[in-house]
Write a protein that binds this ligand. Structure first.
Ligand code: SF4
Length: 472
């Protein structure tokens, strides 16, 4: 089904339009219109509109209900839904003004421009459904609005843009009405298309099934007639990482390059630290330092190995779940992590978080800057396939690599933990303020255990690299 959320992603490929229109799988965001927490914010904001009628249910039923309610002349409709052919659109609010319905999209951000096409698409679908439309407004929550009081309402009507989108939609409709699915045609936009696998990589021997080389390289090989992995393996300039990726498909053993591992390890030194942050997106920040939807650090875990052969020492920090706590987090980071620590992180997320922290808390910027400069990304050797095995399934995330390298170690299993992933940690942290003291105590313990396992896991991955790096 074509919706306002996937409309922007169309790249002009007839097959993509055809497949999307018939695709029954929906992302959660599309299924529920917006993410659950965003929906909560919307609910608050909608209080600013006079009472109206809410439409519920799947697209077909809510489109029928919307039609019925409009015919009755209802002035305000929440979640109004419109469906034409294989395309649909939902609106947070529509409001009857001077004989036409104005569209309101409530979005918790001041960067309203990214919603314009979505609204204009909605307008076109409404018009195609026979509804007279007036203006299109983005109700962007600005800083004051984050407290739920003030909305910045921006009229995003734009005739030229609307005409362009109308043309695009006409093309899409023509393609989805084709009698049969169009054949795939390799173009550079395929690299970011959700149907790439369906079109070109169903066969494990397809060159497009390789993860180790970028799409542009695969495309150029394909165009030169190197369409299979086997053929690529036979080339003298076959990429080493790709070769390892192909090798692991036929073995349960770890496949590694000790030279690459040694090169990676050579940039590390003692004291060696392992850092992991947990963070949370804040929709209603109470602290003026933050804007809606800012991401803030809520806790961290830091394991430190002072010198070769020493046991690791653990440090941690967690906020109270009620108050903004990044200042305390910055203070603790600077206390625990000294200038001479070489610090491993997994992916560069910690670096991004520290840079935000430096902007928000300039008084710690100098010390935090040194920590940032001493960070080394432990994901790189796995991402670059220096050490790989079949169980990693071509991925390099911590949650995939750890059990792949330690399949029998129960102590390192996230599945035995009360909190199993970062999203769960975020939602438990967000509820801390509403818990009883006993619940809170348990939740805090679970959160600390979860975060500590992340840095412990990093130590184990580093140990594995050390092991293979020392192989004769
Ligand atoms: S992968 Fe390419 S050919 Fe296939 S649907 Fe996407 S854009 Fe079209």
């Amino acid at each position: 089904m074509i919706t306002q959320f996937n409309f922007a992603k169309f790249n002009g490929c007839p097959r993509q339009a055809y497949l999307t229109a018939r695709d029954k799988s929906k992302s959660l965001r599309e299924k529920y219109n917006l993410s659950f927490r965003l929906k909560e914010v919307q609910k608050d904001m909608l209080k600013s509109f006079p009472d109206g009628v809410t439409v519920y249910g799947d697209v077909r039923h809510s489109a029928e209900d919307t039609r019925y309610i409009i015919d009755k002349g209802e002035q305000v409709i929440y979640n109004a839904t419109f469906a034409v052919k294989n395309a649909s659109a939902r609106c947070d609010v529509i409001m009857l003004e001077n004989g036409a319905y104005d569209i309101y999209a409530v979005r918790p951000t001041s960067r309203y421009t990214r919603w314009i096409d979505e609204l204009l698409y909605t307008k076109i679908i409404m018009q195609k459904a026979g509804v007279k439309v007036g203006n299109c407004y983005v109700c962007a929550i600005d800083r004051e609005g984050s407290a739920g009081k003030v909305l910045t309402v921006i009229n995003v009507n734009n005739d030229r843009r609307e005409r362009k989108l109308g043309e695009k939609l006409k093309d899409i409709f023509a393609n989805i009405s084709l009698p049969e699915v169009p054949s795939p045609r390799l173009v550079k936009q395929c690299g970011s298309c959700p149907y790439l696998e369906d079109c070109f990589a169903k066969d494990e021997n397809s060159i497009f099934s390789l993860k180790a080389i970028p799409f542009s390289k695969k495309m150029s090989l394909y165009q030169k007639g190197v369409k299979t992995v086997d053929k690529y393996l036979g080339l003298p300039d076959c990429d080493e990482r790709a070769r390892r990726e192909i090798m692991v498909r036929n073995t349960d053993e770890d496949v590694y390059s000790k030279e690459d591992i040694r090169a990676f390890l050579s940039q590390l030194s003692y004291p060696l630290g392992f850092l992991d942050f947990e963070t949370m997106e804040v929709f209603h920040p109470t602290d003026p330092i933050l804007s809606p939807m800012d991401t803030v650090i809520t806790q961290f875990s830091y394991h430190l190995i002072e010198n070769e052969g020493a046991e690791s020492v653990h440090y941690e920090f967690i906020g109270d779940g009620i108050n903004y706590c990044e200042k305390e987090a910055a203070e603790k980071l600077c206390e625990y992590i000294k200038e001479n620590h070489c610090v491993l992180m997994y992916s560069d997320y910690e670096k991004i978080c520290i840079e935000c922290l430096m902007k928000r808390h300039g008084e710690y910027a100098q010390k935090l800057g040194i920590i940032r400069d001493n960070l080394v990304d432990l994901e790189k050797p796995f991402e670059k396939k220096f050490l790989v095995n079949r169980r990693m399934e071509g991925k390099s995330s911590l949650k995939k690599v750890l059990p792949a390298l330690y399949p029998d170690d129960e102590k390192l299993s996230y599945s035995r933990m009360a909190i199993k992933n970062g999203q769960q940690a975020e939602s438990v942290y967000a509820r801390l303020g509403k818990m009883t003291p006993a619940e809170r105590e348990n939740a805090m313990r679970d959160l600390k255990e979860y975060c500590a396992l992340d840095t412990l896991a990093m130590i184990k991955l580093w140990e594995k690299l050390e092991f293979y790096g020392k192989m004769e």
